[in-house]
Design a protein around this ligand. Structure first.
Ligand SMILES: NC(=O)c1ccc[n+]([C@@H]2O[C@H](COP(=O)([O-])OP(=O)(O)OC[C@H]3O[C@@H](n4cnc5c(N)ncnc54)[C@H](O)[C@@H]3O)[C@@H](O)[C@H]2O)c1
Length: 260
């Protein structure tokens, strides 16, 4: 899909990857851009930089997502691209609280269900539409240090795959953006695991460029870090070998954490 003349909504658009998507999409000559975020002042700031319409929205609240979609349709008459980008991570394994698991489930997974429910009927009426889900390489591989992030990002990818199969023949395209580390506020520089991931961190501008190319090509998987495709292939060929490799990596990261 070409972005020129289209209407796009980006959740979590106030900062990080979402803001870079807004700026890069705006450069393609959109007809309309909505920047949705929990943080309205930050969304207003981002909107001023790329002529967007800022809307406060908590993506984990279905009524907020429905109102985001209806306000966008009222303002611009269509939604061609809906980017479910807002996401959170909370560290921890078995000790992570149920409340933290629930928060990640609501923001990383249910938000995508609410968005699809709200926007797909309008896209079916238009005969076309595009959903971009910001997943993570953690959705294809895993996230050492956060069980909840690994599980919810797998669920995000699984739901996107289901949508692509269910609605692909009805003109709806789906892409999953699956980067490894990206230099944003999500990276915790005080944590040795994140420090390790940060070595291969790329910029938000590089991610946004990959997204525009991926949407043009209508690719299901958008992988700004090319080696994620190789790791995913290795895992598909030999899951046990992949798990052993991840166990070694985990040991290495924990040694660094202990030494810090
Ligand atoms: N940074 C990375 O290394 C990395 C790597 C892979 C995937 N991701 C994914 O990219 C997406 C964006 O992350 P980022 O790194 O730009 O993070 P970020 O923290 O810089 O930005 C996230 C934005 O989402 C907003 N947000 C958070 N909860 C929200 C909610 N309930 N409703 C609406 N907005 C909400 C925040 O206000 C913020 O503006 C997330 O889905 C994340 O999981 C990030």
């Amino acid at each position: 899909m070409q972005l020129a003349g289209k209407v796009a909504v980006v959740t979590g658009g106030a900062q990080g990857i979402g803001r870079a998507l807004c700026e890069r999409f705006a450069a393609e000559g959109l007809k309309g851009l909505v920047i949705a975020d929990l943080d309205l002042p930050a969304a207003e700031n981002a909107a001023a930089a790329c002529s967007g319409l800022p809307i406060r929205c908590d993506v984990s609240n279905e009524a907020d997502v429905q109102s985001l979609v209806s306000r966008t349709l009222a303002e611009f008459g269509a939604i061609d691209l809906f980017c479910s980008n807002a996401g959170i991570t909370v560290k921890g394994g078995l000790e992570a609280s149920n409340a933290d698991w629930q928060r990640m489930w609501d923001v990383n997974v249910m938000s995508r269900v609410y968005a699809a429910r709200a926007v797909i009927p309008a896209m079916l009426n238009q005969g076309s539409g595009y959903l971009l889900q910001t997943v993570s390489a953690a959705g294809l591989l895993t996230e050492i240090g956060s069980a909840g992030y690994a599980a919810t990002k797998h669920a995000d990818l699984a739901f996107a795959e289901w949508l692509a199969i269910e609605y692909g023949r009805s003109g709806i395209r789906v892409s999953c953006l699956c980067p490894m580390a990206v230099s944003t506020a999500m990276i915790d520089h005080s944590d040795s695991i994140h420090q390790y991931l940060n070595v291969s961190a790329i910029s938000v501008e590089d991610v946004a460029e990959s997204v525009v190319r991926g949407i043009e090509a209508e690719q299901f998987l958008i992988l700004p870090h090319q080696h994620v495709a190789e790791y995913f292939q290795l895992k598909a060929q030999d899951f046990d070998r992949s798990n052993r490799g991840m166990q070694r990596l985990r040991e290495k990261m924990l040694r660094r954490r202990r030494a810090a």
